[in-house]
Design a protein around this ligand. Structure first.
Ligand code: ZN
Ligand code: ZN
Length: 409
């Protein structure tokens, strides 16, 4: 991939993704094998006027060693300096840029019980900072091809070729070419999102009914104030940013505790570095009452029992079967891409910004309206070529939203 094109991508992440403002701090999370790309991003942050850039490095090998050798007690402990760092994040509110490049199955073999317990326990300390920061800072997730990930996506190619091919695929999804101005394209894409969301919001859906020949037969209720969002969004400080690069979905937050029926997955899910394949969930009174997976059953069960809200829905997202990422016909094994190639649902934490008027509501008020709360938010894909979605409106109309996998409104 041309160096100038990769640089253009780094600039896009900083300007359109996080939209770093003059005088802001930035925290970048990145895997050690992507240090060169990370430096390009940091450089663009400074050019945008960042006053401070901090990088939090990760490495799957070290993460695996940690889980293998440390006790649950040690893994669960949030050390003083780590808590101090979280306090700084919640007060300083730096932009956060997450660079994804890891092997989607890179933590296979890590004991799921150990991982879940450590995360549940440490969340008790982390939660207050996460809540304090919610919707108050700009963040974005973007991807670059790591070698192991590229080989997983294109196993038939040699390492270098696989990386190059994954670069091409990724850049296509974020509209970066050798000779265009992707910032201009993104501004137009964001305007299109706004129109689509306005159309959906005018309908005021009470519940959506999903049907597909693979066994999906499912109803999910929305809140009277549920709002459809997509593309860029504003944080509470008035900064516009694009949380996901790429993004195709329009999404909303449903009513906690009101979903019935079965949803069947149509793509594998990489959850905390391990793959779950061919799975389904059955809901009653809004909660998962049974789940089945051909691969990763134990991980799935641990996931939905992380806390009270982990077995309830936090997000419904609509993605046409016939859309740019879906038409690439690439299985990325990475939610950032796969969720934009398929209608999906998330278990766990709901999106406060999908509630009309959330800006002036407290966390308690939002929860009492029906926004789900959880330490997890895990998207899984249910879109299929014959998916039908009908929206039943509060004033009693039936509106076909999806037919044969695509939007019809
Ligand atoms: Zn989504
Ligand atoms: Zn999601």
């Amino acid at each position: 991939m041309k160096k100038t094109t990769i640089k253009k991508y780094a600039k896009l992440i900083v300007r359109i993704g996080a939209n770093v403002q003059k005088g802001q701090s930035v925290v970048i999370t990145c895997s050690v094998d992507q240090a060169d790309f990370c430096a390009l991003v940091a450089d663009e942050c400074y050019k945008a006027g960042a006053k401070y850039v901090n990088v939090q490095w990760s490495d799957d090998k070290l993460t695996r060693l940690k889980y293998r050798n440390e006790s649950i007690r040690t893994l669960s402990t949030v050390l003083k300096w780590q808590e101090e760092r979280m306090r700084w994040l919640s007060e300083e509110l730096p932009c956060q840029i997450h660079i994804v490049s890891e092997d989607p199955d890179g933590l296979r073999g890590v004991n799921p019980t150990k991982m879940q317990k450590a995360q549940v326990n440490s969340y008790k300390v982390r939660k207050k900072y996460i809540d304090a920061m919610e919707s108050r800072y700009q963040w974005t997730i973007a991807a670059v091809p790591g070698e192991a990930w590229a080989k997983k996506v294109f196993p038939e190619l040699r390492k270098n070729q696989a990386v190059e091919k994954l670069w091409q695929a990724i850049l296509e999804t974020v509209y970066v070419t050798d000779d265009n101005d992707p910032i201009e394209v993104w501004n137009k894409v964001n305007a299109d999102f706004k129109m689509r969301c306005e159309k959906l919001n005018r309908n005021k859906f009470e519940y959506l009914e999903y049907k597909s020949s693979n066994g999906t037969d499912f109803k999910c209720w929305l809140m009277p104030r549920s709002k459809w969002c997509g593309g860029g969004e504003y944080d509470l400080n008035g900064h516009y940013f694009n949380p996901n690069m790429p993004t195709i979905e329009v999404f909303t937050t449903p009513m906690r505790g009101r979903a019935e029926g079965t949803v069947v997955s149509t793509k594998p899910l990489s959850y905390r570095g391990q793959l779950i394949e061919n799975f389904s969930f059955t809901f009653k009174d809004g909660k998962v009452v049974s789940c089945k997976a051909e691969k990763g059953q134990e991980i799935l069960e641990k996931m939905i029992s992380s806390d009270e809200g982990a077995c309830m829905i936090g997000e419904l997202a609509l993605v046409p079967y016939d859309s740019p990422i879906s038409n690439q016909n690439i299985l990325y094994y990475e939610t950032l891409f796969d969720e934009n190639a398929s209608c999906h649902i998330a278990l766990g934490r709901g999106y406060r910004e999908c509630v009309d008027g959330y800006e002036s509501m407290s966390a308690e008020e939002l929860e009492s309206l029906g926004v789900n709360d959880s330490m997890i938010h895990v998207d899984f894909m249910i879109g299929s070529p014959d998916m039908s979605i009908v929206g039943h409106t509060f004033d009693g109309r039936d509106v076909q939203i999806f037919k044969n996998g695509n939007f019809v409104i």
